[in-house]
Write a protein that binds this ligand. Structure first.
Ligand code: APR
Ligand code: PHB
Length: 393
């Protein structure tokens, strides 16, 4: 076995792990990323494309916003449309004075790979059998690369290995509490090389939700709610477009430019939080600690908010000799996580048809939407939540 030492081992090279590595590198904090898949594989994943205000600021602060500012699109809000009811615009400009960005996670991942490669950061891809050891005392991570077993000794392990990674499992069951809601439907998403609609648009329809998103002037992403039992093969392009267009109001359906899909994927919806996010020298960030349904696009934004708190904590530890932020990381990150879980759940409930619901549920849903249409305080609250709450001092 080959043994080496670093200050921080980051398990997982998705957006959370790489952003953390990038920020720590800028502070001169020695770290290594250990990722199971190849760089190409990780970079090819298609995920949401809405950046909260705070996420965009974080990219700017750390020299990663050049392409976003050039090729992305600043957004003043998002649209909700409703079968037989007026449209509603989540007016960020009016209620918060701030904007969000239409900018794909895939591009962020590419920029992170480029920045880390250029700075000579230690990224170990295609690492097999990644395991965490002795996390309450003398932590280390072992893995196998090209048939050779390695051990990385460290001060801290950051578990950024997504929902299925080993880090969360390393926290003993008797201290770990998991909170979960699994939804009885999925989102089917397609990518198409056609100009998108002007606004990110969420549509409520009695057949199910539909959504219009965007990546760039010639790339659109659309989604429809489907039953959990459906498979991608059940959804040829023709059926997808017919469903989408039926669920959108006439004026928007007529603007949608259809075409052959270049990608199609299906994702079940889940809300999940694991507490605490710290155990001994192990800290969880991103999907390793929590999952949100895609409604509201909080997943990447939440991963970056964890990274903001965790990088600040590690900087404070190494550069200022203070452990205040390390000690408060779990509770501080969780406050913001629960706020995002909350808005994602409420938007999911508002916009989807649940197969087991009763007419009472539909009346409540309509009443929630009417409240939004008629109440300025409700509009203001939603705008702040959609934009993303500020990070805590
Ligand atoms: N060993 C090493 N790496 C692992 C292991 C393992 N055993 N298991 C998982 N990983 C890696 C995955 O291959 C993946 O690249 O951890 C990474 C986790 O990345 P994501 O799942 O993207 O999670 P995260 O970085 O927290 O990003 C969260 O981005 O991917 C979206 O939907 C997600 O929007 C959310 C946000
Ligand atoms: C996306 O860009 O794919 C997207 C945007 C907003 C959402 C979900 C997905 O709520």
């Amino acid at each position: 076995m080959k043994t080496s030492k670093t200050k921080v081992v980051i398990v997982g090279g998705g957006p959370a792990g790489l952003m953390l590595s990038h920020i720590l590198g800028r502070y001169g904090i020695d770290n290594a990323v250990v990722e199971r898949h190849s760089m190409e594989h990780v970079a090819s994943r298609i995920r949401a494309g809405v950046l909260e205000y705070g996420t965009a600021q974080l990219l700017k602060e750390h020299g990663l916003a050049e392409r976003m500012l050039r090729d992305g699109k600043a957004k003043n809000g998002a649209l909700i449309v409703w079968e037989n009811r007026p449209d509603f615009f989540i007016d960020l400009k009016k209620w918060t004075g701030k904007q969000m960005w239409a900018w794909g996670q895939t591009y962020i991942q590419e920029d992170l790979h480029a920045a880390l490669t250029a700075s000579g950061a230690q990224m170990i891809h295609e690492a097999a059998d990644v395991a965490l050891h002795d996390i309450t005392d003398d932590p280390s991570v072992t893995y196998v690369k090209d048939g050779v077993r390695h051990q990385l000794k460290c001060d801290f392990i950051c578990g950024c290995d997504g929902f299925h990674g080993p880090s969360r499992q390393a926290i003993p069951l008797d201290v770990r509490r998991e909170y979960e809601r699994v939804y009885p439907f999925a989102w089917l998403g397609i990518m198409v090389e056609r100009p998108p609609l002007e606004n990110f648009t969420y549509a409520y329809h009695s057949d199910g939700m539909a959504m219009a998103a965007q990546r760039n002037p010639m790339l659109s992403r659309y989604y429809v709610q489907t039953p959990l039992s459906d498979r991608i093969e059940d959804w040829p392009d023709d059926r997808f477009w017919a469903t989408l267009l039926r669920r959108l109001p006439e004026n928007l359906a007529s603007q949608v430019q259809t075409g052959p899909s270049i990608e199609k994927s299906m994702a079940p919806l889940r809300s999940f939080v694991s507490e605490p996010l710290r155990w001994g020298k192990l800290f969880l960030a991103g999907d390793a600690g929590h999952i949100v349904p895609p409604t509201g696009a909080k997943g990447l934004n939440l991963a970056f908010s964890d990274v903001f708190y965790l990088s600040r904590a590690l900087r404070s530890h190494y550069l200022e000799g203070s452990d205040h932020y390390l000690e408060t990381y779990s509770e501080m990150a969780l406050r913001r996580i629960w706020a995002s879980e909350n808005i994602s759940w409420r938007l999911t409930k508002l916009l989807h048809v649940f197969p087991d619901e009763v007419p009472f549920d539909q009346k409540i849903r309509e009443s929630d939407y009417d409240l939004l249409l008629g109440s300025e305080p409700a509009q203001q609250a939603l705008a702040h939540e959609y934009l993303g709450l500020p990070f805590e001092e």
